[in-house]
Design a protein around this ligand. Sequence first.
Ligand code: G1P
Length: 288
Amino acid sequence: VKIKKAIFPVAGMGTRMLPATKVIPKEMLPLVDKPILQYAFEEAQAAGIEEFIFVNSAGKTAIEDHFDAAPYLKSVLAKKQKHNELEALKAIETAPGQISVVRQPYSLGLGHAVWCARQLIKDDYFAVLLPDDVIQSDTPCLQQMCAAFEKNPGNMVATMEVATEHVSRYGIIKPGTQINLRTHEILNIVEKPQPEQAPSRMAAIGRYILSPEIFKPLDDHQQGAGGEIQLTDALASLIGTVPFYGFCFEGKRFDCGTKMGLLDANIAFALSREDTRLEAENILKKYR
Ligand code: G1P
């Protein structure tokens, strides 16, 4: 099975980034010279995704506008011979109809956001990318996962070890049998446990490949940690019914949903790009 559809939950209010996110969606804050969301979008494109579904909320239409074709802007750039700028716009172009937007009318949790896209997913396996999690890697993370999924189909989540004091920020898994270097079975997953209750220090990171079976438990709208409808709980309830794998991706993950995480990512990406590295190094030297 090839994964063709991806959901981007972007309905959040971005309260951790206020006041920057009072009128600008947090997904549109810049990471060097692209909005945060564009990184996950390009990652999905690289993985062969053909249908892009934004689960959005009121007042955040800048998101779908950003991924629209912008013919007028392009014609102006063409007339002014601004080739690089034109290319930068073309990089994220999709064919008409490849982007859909569904609304999540109430902030009821990640599980609910995914459930809101159920009518567009129907009976296909699909990917979910949480744009706050930006992953810098040689092979885009979702592409790595799609390759692993072809060998071991089932529910799959990206995993990463985190510090004990941070386990309560994540879905934490109980790892089972190691299938190969990067893929392992998952015996359980718990949303935001206290360190004493955590089954390990292996955290779920915001990249998922999901069976459409996930909509069955999500239909129940059961509240979990923080009173929210959790994707983690729906995944846990399918253990034993749908195979469930963790994938230890190659790459470095940044939490761009926090101020310092976004700053960290800006520094790391600026230092890793040929066109910005020297200038970024010189700026950093000033503060040593
Ligand atoms: C969500 C998931 C959590 C996962 C995390 C990864 O939490 O619920 O299981 O570990 O993303 O970033 P959130 O960050 O939305 O609270």
